[in-house]
Every structure is written in C-alpha cells, then in structure tokens.
Design a protein around this ligand. Structure first.
Ligand code: PEP
Length: 261
C-alpha cells in the first residue's frame, strides 16, 4: 500500500462489487484497475469484494496504490457463528476497509442500526476503516423525513460511542431509491444531505485528527460523477454497477481526480 497516496488523498472512489465476479473476471478487472488507476494522486481507490476473492485481490493489488476491503463483518471476534467472517480474518487478508450497513444487507438480513453500530466499533478496534452507508427510502424522501432517518442512523453510533469515533471514517450517503435504479440524486439533493451529515459529524468534533470523508452512492456513472464530485462536502463516490466496467469505473475515478482543486 502506498501510504503517501492514501494519507493525502482528498477524494475516495470505492468499488462495491456486491455478489459479482469469478476468478477469471476479477483478474481482468483488477489488472485494468491497476493499469489505469494506480497513479492517481488525489484520489484513493478502494475495491470491496466478496469474501472468497480477498486472497486474489490481496495478491494482485499488494504494492499498488489501490486498497481493498470487504462488504460486511461479524460483530463477534470468533466462536459458533456459522457463515460469519470476523474482523481479524479480514485483517489476515490485508483488508483496510469494510462496507457496513449497506441497505441491501440491512433489508435482506434485518440489520438494525444498533447491530451496524456494534460492527462499526469492531472494525475500528481492528484498524479497519468502516464505510458506513446511510440513506432514506423513496417514501421517507417524499415525506420529507430524510434528514431524520439519516440523523437517527448516525445518532445510534454517536450515542453509543461518541462523535469522535467518526475520525477518519468514511460515510456514504446512499439514498435507497437511487441504488441500482439509474436514477441518481441531483447535485442539489446530494449536496443538501452531505451538508447535513458534515455539520452533524464535524460540529461537536472540532479537534478531529482526520476528517470524515462523505461519499455519495447511488447510480453514479462517468457523466453524473463530474457534477456530483464538484459539490461541496461530496468527497467521492461508492460505486456499484459501474465498478464492474473498467472504462466506466476509470471515468468515475478520473472525474474524482479532476474535481480536486
Ligand atoms: C451501491 O451498491 O452501493 C451502489 C451505489 O450501487 P449502484 O452504483 O449500482 O447504484
């Protein structure tokens, strides 16, 4: 890992492969990532892959400027938890990041805000940076309660552990209605929510050592990325579908790189 790039990166672009890939496909995709994205100066690229591919990602990305991570972790350290994967196991494969609270998991596996908060703390204790996903449903947006919803998701962690735990963490605002729908939030919608998150996490925490990074996720593509990444408080993106296409992902990363003033 190129620590110099990581520490000074102003923007983050994080690939969420979800449950996609094969050894052969991943190999081609990762080679393409390395050949096109390794030299970005102001953008930290991270790729979050299914558990079985962590060893492959570690062997292909080690020594590059691209970091990697997982899409979930267990809140327990070890024990009789069939099918779970612990933070220490992720560390064994060089994971520096983990996506937590993604709405696809929260919905399908009934993950509560409290459960996600516990996983958040476990990740921190193991030196893995959480990529905490927050966001509202379409019904909540139409009812005008999107800030209440996102505020509650953040408050669950703040109430348990204090606002300081967000030092250096990545938060991704992911309106659920925008994920995988092709309908991204407008720069105005995203900008308003990012300001809300920024104010909430930064105000009580002026002595922050490392600023929180606030990403936008939900149908980002190389075209809308150009506008979205220029918006104040949008520090990059969490990318699902387009991360599986090397040209589109490169376009999004280049948009992040060019947006840094
Ligand atoms: C996601 O899964 O976090 C996501 C943002 O997906 P997509 O880019 O496909 O909307």
């Amino acid at each position: 890992m190129n620590e110099a790039i990581k520490k000074t990166a102003k923007k983050f672009v994080i690939a969420n492969w979800k449950m996609h890939g094969s050894l052969e496909q991943n190999h081609a995709l990762l080679e393409s990532y390395v050949s096109t994205l390794d030299n970005l100066k102001d953008t930290q690229v991270v790729v979050c892959v299914p558990y079985p591919y962590l060893a492959q990602v570690q062997s292909l990305l080690q020594g590059s400027g691209i970091a990697w991570g997982a899409q979930n972790l267990a809140k327990n350290e070890n024990g009789p938890f069939t099918g779970e994967v612990s933070a220490q196991m992720l560390r064994d494969f060089g994971c520096e990041y983990v996506i937590l609270g993604h709405s696809e998991r929260a919905t399908a596996y009934c993950e509560s805000d409290g459960n996600i908060a516990e996983k958040f703390m476990v990740a921190m204790q193991h030196g893995i940076t959480p990529i905490l996903c927050v966001g509202e449903t379409l019904i909540e947006r139409e009812a005008g309660v999107m800030e209440l919803k996102v505020g509650k998701q953040l408050d669950t962690i703040i109430d348990l552990y204090g606002a300081d735990v967000f030092d250096g963490v990545v938060v991704s605002y992911e309106p659920i209605w925008a994920i995988g729908t092709g309908l991204a939030a407008t720069p105005e919608q995203a900008g308003a929510m990012h300001k809300f998150i920024f104010d909430k996490l930064s105000q009580p925490n002026e002595a922050q050592k490392k600023p929180v990074k606030i990403l936008y996720g939900g149908s980002v593509n190389p075209q809308n990325a150009v506008q979205l990444f220029e918006v104040e408080n949008i520090d990059g993106g969490l990318i699902g579908k387009c991360s599986l296409n090397p040209q589109e992902f490169e376009g999004i990363c280049q948009a992040a790189e060019s947006s840094v003033g």
